[in-house]
Design a protein around this ligand. Structure first.
Ligand code: ADP
Ligand code: MG
Length: 656
């Protein structure tokens, strides 16, 4: 076979695995034989030549042709991970990142988490030996926040680019810039559908490698009348296939966990009645929150005949969109497509984003039917009318960026140092009004200043996960964003001070605000409690509101929301460290005179009398600078005992 002779990196039979220095296992050789049959294999030499000559290469290939599992491996074997570098391959979906990492570690005959790993939100299964890492596009974006030049990576493979997720779109814009500054870096953009030209143009006429799939004919059937209940219709169709069609596995597309579990149960129950006459039907669900061991089951072989001479069984996988292009299940001959998926919809009027079950696009329908023709001719049952396919379905799914609230994207970009958002090179730029609204919202939340710059508060929040206390910092930042929380009416000053003293923390005001918020929540946000404790109930309401919105934004940015153990001795230390990491520029140092000198602009200041601090720590962090007859710093907390400690924090900050 052409290409295979070139042996571009695939080790000879019986050799020693260069990654582990152990002989290859027999499983390795079994899988290798299968790998050599994948269409992409013939293009190995061509791909490597193109990557060598160009910084960006676009690869377009039918789903199942071997792009995702093979191309990143080719790059590793071709030497791109020499000198401690890594190859990254992004996936829009967590399940795909995990599942593919597992498959590829088997193919390379290494332990998952060592040479081959994955990183998804809340889970990093990679290590110092990792040369090939699969990660969600959102995670790579997050890594870019802390390492803007993505120094670890020699090659970045952006997979499933045709999906045009928000994170992939932002990554494309960023990487375009990084590639210019890092001439040694390479990028491979992989797409399943026919939009390759758009990617080529965007990346300065990058060359295209087209991998033809081996597709068999798929016969498409429509329903004569619209279906009233697509879940019921899907269940019925799957059962009918089992009863009436030739052997071959079934793939049913539904939209989410509940629907899928429900359908699986019904199909299982109903098909049990026919096991003796029509063979066993093994039913597997597939959706993102399914535990990994369950996810892997979709790849198991269909059950055999119950007895010699009895009909063979078959497998049915009931899946979300994951199976549309991200994961290929061999042996599928029948596809049931109700025509829906869960999609993000943004309503700019009420500024709410939601996941709604919505009709898919014609391009998606085409992809879905293609899943039936991978191993032999197949059939696709579309549970909608042909007229509806022609008239109602959109040609393409809109890129997510045009359906999203932009505040998290804007904050991400600001954090990455991109200040000129209007001229950021988006493949499909969002409407200027959408950007303006995002800036407005971020400003309201205190994440950006009136000048459009990222604030100390936002920096604090974004670096807080490193100290394991993003929840606490979120609270403090929200409390800082609202007007005076502690009330001190002249006529009841003493009682007000006593009330405040209950929340006081020896180290200062930021931690005192945190304590007050905790107490407020413990009392269920009670108005009476606020009143009794001289706490401004309106301010607390606003702080809660800001907190909720910030939390939502962080979740979208995949920033982990963490809390240290409240009883751990370093609970408050961690919080103080996170505060310092974000707020280094607002630090003051105690002078011999008993006053403080601000680090940023060398002002002589005193601690505001409202502070709970009753000693004078050598270093303090402050939230506001108040100029009256005297210069005051207000909302003050003691931080790092030594300058070294502070400088270490600052270094961290600038590395970010
Ligand atoms: P593409 O990215 O071009 O869509 P993939 O590289 O994902 O193609 O898939 C190539 C082949 O690898 C497919 O035939 C698929 O079935 C197989 N494959 C992928 N993951 C697994 C797995 N976990 N178990 C068995 N086969 C797998
Ligand atoms: Mg793929």
């Amino acid at each position: 076979r052409p290409g295979v002779g070139g042996n571009g990196g695939i080790a000879p039979v019986g050799g020693i695995n260069p990654h582990t220095n152990r002989p290859y296992s027999s499983k390795y050789h079994d899988i290798l034989a299968k790998r050599r049959n994948l269409p992409v294999y013939e293009f190995l030499d061509d791909l490597l030549a193109k990557v060598k000559k160009n910084q960006v290469v676009v690869v377009e290939g039918e789903t199942g042709s071997g792009k995702t599992t093979q191309i990143p491996q080719f790059l590793v074997d071709a030497g791109y991970t020499r000198d401690g570098y890594c190859v990254a391959c992004t996936q829009p979906r967590r399940v795909a990142a995990m599942s593919i990492a597992k498959r590829v570690s088997e193919e390379m005959d290494v332990t998952m988490g060592e040479e081959v790993g994955y990183t998804i939100r809340f889970e990093d299964c990679s290590g110092p030996k990792t040369v090939l890492k699969f990660l969600t596009d959102g995670m790579l974006l997050r890594e870019a926040m802390f390492d803007p030049m993505l120094k670890k990576y020699k090659v970045i493979v952006l997979d499933e680019a045709h999906e045009r997720t928000l994170a992939t779109d932002v990554l494309m814009g960023l990487l375009k810039d990084v590639l210019q500054r890092r001439p040694d870096m390479k990028m491979v953009v992989m797409s399943a559908t026919l939009d390759a030209e758009k990617f080529q143009k965007y990346f300065g006429d990058a060359p295209l490698l087209r991998v033809p799939g081996r597709m068999f004919k798929v016969e498409v059937f429509y329903t004569p009348e619209p279906e009233r209940d697509y879940v019921q219709a899907a269940i019925r169709t799957a059962l009918q296939i089992h009863l009436c069609e030739e052997p071959g596995d079934i793939l049913v597309f539904l939209t989410g966990e509940e629907e899928i579990e429900d359908a699986c149960r019904k199909i299982r129950d109903e098909s049990a009645n026919y096991t003796s006459t029509h063979g066993e039907l093994a039913v597997y669900p597939l959706y993102s929150s399914l535990p990994p061991t369950q996810q892997q089951k979709i790849f198991s072989e269909a059950p055999g005949p119950q007895a010699p001479g009895a009909p063979p069984g078959r497998k049915v996988v009931v899946s979300t969109n994951i199976a549309e292009t991200s994961l290929t299940i061999d042996g599928i001959v029948y596809v049931v497509d109700p025509g829906f998926s869960k999609q993000k919809i943004y309503n700019p009027r009420v500024r709410v984003e939601s996941l709604l079950v919505s009709p898919i696009s014609r391009a998606s329908a085409q992809q879905r039917s293609g899943r039936a023709g991978r191993t032999r001719p197949g059939k696709c049952f579309r549970l909608y009318t042909e007229k509806s396919f022609q008239k109602d379905l959109q040609e393409q799914t809109y890129p997510e960026i045009l359906r999203s609230q932009m505040s998290n994207v804007v904050l991400t970009l600001l954090k990455l140092g991109v200040e000129d958002l209007v001229h950021f090179d988006f493949m499909d730029p969002p409407a200027p009004e959408t950007l303006a609204r995002a800036l407005e919202e971020l400003n309201y939340l205190g994440a950006i200043s009136d000048e459009g710059l990222i604030t100390q508060a936002a920096k604090m929040v974004l670096s807080a996960p490193d100290f394991g206390c993003s929840n606490e910092i979120l609270t403090i930042v929200s409390m800082l964003s609202v007007p005076q929380v502690f009330m001190r009416p002249k006529e009841a000053a003493k009682r007000a001070d006593e009330a405040k003293a209950q929340f006081a923390h020896v180290d200062g005001d930021h931690l005192t605000l945190l304590n007050a918020y905790h107490a407020y929540k413990q009392h269920g946000g009670s108005k009476d409690w606020c009143w009794d404790n001289f706490i401004n109930v309106r301010s607390m309401g606003s702080a809660e509101n800001v907190r909720t919105q910030l939390e939502r934004m962080l979740t979208r940015m995949e920033v982990p929301l963490l809390s240290p153990d409240f009883n751990a001795p370093d609970y408050y230390t961690r919080i103080k460290k996170a505060l310092t990491a974000g707020g280094y520029m607002q630090v003051a140092h105690l002078q011999k005179t008993g006053q403080y000198l601000t680090v940023k602009d060398h002002q002589i200041v005193s601690i505001h009398p409202s502070s709970v601090l009753d000693m004078k720590p050598p270093w303090v962090l402050y939230a506001d600078f108040v100029l009256t007859s005297k210069n005051y710093i207000r909302t003050v907390t003691a931080v790092g005992e030594t300058k070294n400690e502070l400088e270490a924090c600052a270094k961290r900050l600038y590395q970010l």
